[in-house]
Design a protein around this ligand. Sequence first.
Ligand code: HMG
Ligand code: MG
Length: 299
Amino acid sequence: MSLPKQVRLVEVGPRDGLQNEQQPISVADKVRLVDDLSAAGLSYIEVGSFVSPKWVPQMAGSAEVFAQIQRKAGVTYAALTPNMKGLEAAIEAGVKEVAVFGAASEAFSQKNINCSIAESLARFAPLMEAAREQDIRVRGYVSCVLGCPYEGEVPPAKVAEVARELYAMGCYEVSLGDTIGTGTPGKTRTLFDTVAREVPRERLAGHFHDTYGQALANIYASLLEGIAVFDSSVAGLGGCPYAKGASGNVASEDVLYMFNGLDIATGIDLDALIAAGQRISQLLGRANGSRVARARHAG
Ligand code: HMG
Ligand code: MG
């Protein structure tokens, strides 16, 4: 299969990245990050989550962040919503696109959202209905698609089953999450090949954490499977609070550098993205997780 001419990057740094930072981050700093990202040309930014603040304290200020960002025309500003309460809060904050998140592993589902896979899907149903009535688009996530921190191997058929359910209930796109970054390119190809029997390839996205350094290779493998939407996190921020040892998402800068080299269009300015990543890394006092940014700033 030939490579796509264009791909869409879903920037998850302000959500997947910052949800896992230990230190407090002000609303103003989150707003600045989101605005830097839209200025760099990102057309889709996951800004925050409407989840229990007891479970994920870092996302508690999401409504304030939504109120203060400078909304740029053509940019989608999205939020995670695990249930009706989350959706209602998102609507109140003026959010036009949300994401529900399920898992392909029972143990992870329990740890992350305190219910079984079947219960989570049942919870999403009224949310989907309410979102439809309000013209809010819903994206779906499946976690642990290439391994689970509690159960180990996860069969691709199980991922396909959950992805099919999310698609059938109205998610316009389903993002497959390698939450703990254990996937490798061959397994990634098999996974997409299996899931694509249930959900069209153009409705699937890849979400790779880079814990084992496989994320870019897995993205390339996904391109070969006809996947053209990828989630990534500026400066490689992040992890998952319910997946011990999970490092950040693949760095957006590194993904963009690879796409630029492949002549795949994204509409994103690499220098501006690197600057956004440097700013947030310095603010958090952490090393920049992007290899490209580090190379550019070395010496
Ligand atoms: P629960 O305790 O089972 O929920 O949590 P509950 O309905 O029994 O409610 C308990 C309390 O939470 C109540 O408050 C509710 O009001 C409150 P209390 O009476 O104790 O004061 N509550 C809420 N508050 C704010 N917003 C809400 C909400 N819902 C209930 N929406 C729940 C269930 C799902 C709420 C909880 O488990 C939760 O918030 N989990 C969050 C998990 C999370 O955000 N994980 C990280 C994101 S997923 C991820 O990172 C993976 C991904 O990147 C893909 C990948 O890498 O694989 C997407
Ligand atoms: Mg994630």
